[in-house]
Design a protein around this ligand. Structure first.
Ligand SMILES: O=C(O)CCC(=O)C(=O)O
Length: 304
């Protein structure tokens, strides 16, 4: 379930007869000096009605529902810039430390890592070795299951998950029980995988994007189905519900120089030399991507 986020600057893999999923990943990955063909990348904001009909996408306001794979929903600009900065700051300052776990926990138990600290008005630091953090139920890597040990999903993440569920009315009750926070640098990628560790494979996964845009691919229950590729921007919500909950998905590309909020609320402050932590978070987001995805692990009747 947790995939190593990888940097890729090597030449494209030369294997023949890649399966359709791997073929798509290869197509969108960043290779230094090579042009990527983005002509099939779906950017819902740029589709006209005819294109949407051809692709089986149904628009209602900011909500885009996909026929293929059934259950994929994208909500454009679900979180505004204030929310994006507030939640990103929590990810960088709070959710990487005890009692939560990161990829580094595997090696160094209970150590608190450098936070995103504003040392003074000009400098900040975020430990780029941190690739993911896990809050809520902690997946047990050795035994490959979710144990009963539970840290609470923090209220701000619980709140956006409930907000997403209430907005889309996908199910009566949604409990965010395990959350993965992924930290990407530009050009990073995440290999295709299934999220199949949760006993509850029916509740949707709500996935929130912050910072740099990315290419998200999602296909079928095997890698033999050609995936679609969707552009995710900062503030977007991507939902894997229904059939899509059990489909292969991944992020073959984080797009450099793609963080383009409508306005820069810090422009004047910067000119005045009056910059604060939020300004540093905003700058971090212009060079990195954060993804938060939240799952319900146990079906209500299985909860202990
Ligand atoms: O970063 C993303 O948008 C997807 C992350 C993901 O698929 C995962 O953490 O399982």
């Amino acid at each position: 379930m947790y995939q190593k986020i990888k940097k890729n600057k090597q030449n494209p893999i030369q294997y023949q007869n890649l399966n359709p999923f791997k073929e798509a990943e290869k197509k969108y990955k960043f290779y230094a000096g090579l042009q990527t063909d983005f002509s099939e990348l779906i950017d819902v904001s740029n589709l006209n009605e005819q294109q949407m009909e051809q692709q089986g996408i149904h628009k209602n306001g900011s909500v885009y529902r996909f026929d293929h794979p059934q259950g994929v929903i994208q909500v454009k600009g679900f979180l505004n810039l204030d929310d994006q900065i507030r939640i990103s700051k929590l990810c960088m300052n709070e959710y990487i430390n005890h009692p939560y776990r990161t990829n580094l926990f595997i090696y160094k138990e209970d150590e608190n890592f450098d936070k995103f600290i504003v040392h003074d008005d000009k400098r900040y630091h975020f430990n780029n070795k941190i690739r993911w953090a896990n809050v809520g139920y902690q997946y047990d890597w050795n035994n490959r299951h979710y144990p009963q040990e539970k840290t609470q999903v923090p209220d701000p993440i619980q709140e956006i998950s409930q907000r997403a569920n209430n907005f889309l009315q996908l199910q009566n009750h949604y409990q965010s029980e395990s959350v993965i926070i992924n930290f990407y640098q530009s050009h990073d990628y995440m290999t295709g995988h299934l999220d199949d560790a949760e006993l509850d494979q029916d509740s949707p996964i709500y996935s929130f994007s912050f910072g740099l845009s990315s290419v998200f691919v999602i296909g079928g229950p095997t890698k033999d189905e050609k995936p679609i590729a969707i552009k995710l921007d900062s503030g977007d919500l991507l939902v894997m519900s229904g059939h899509a909950r059990r489909c292969y998905h991944g992020v073959p590309r984080v797009l450099a120089d793609s963080f383009n909020p409508k306005q820069n609320p810090f422009q004047q402050q910067q000119l005045d030399g009056n910059i604060n932590a939020d300004f540093h978070v905003f700058n971090y987001l212009s060079e990195h991507r954060i993804n938060i995805n939240t799952r319900q692990v146990y079906k209500p009747q299985l909860e202990q």
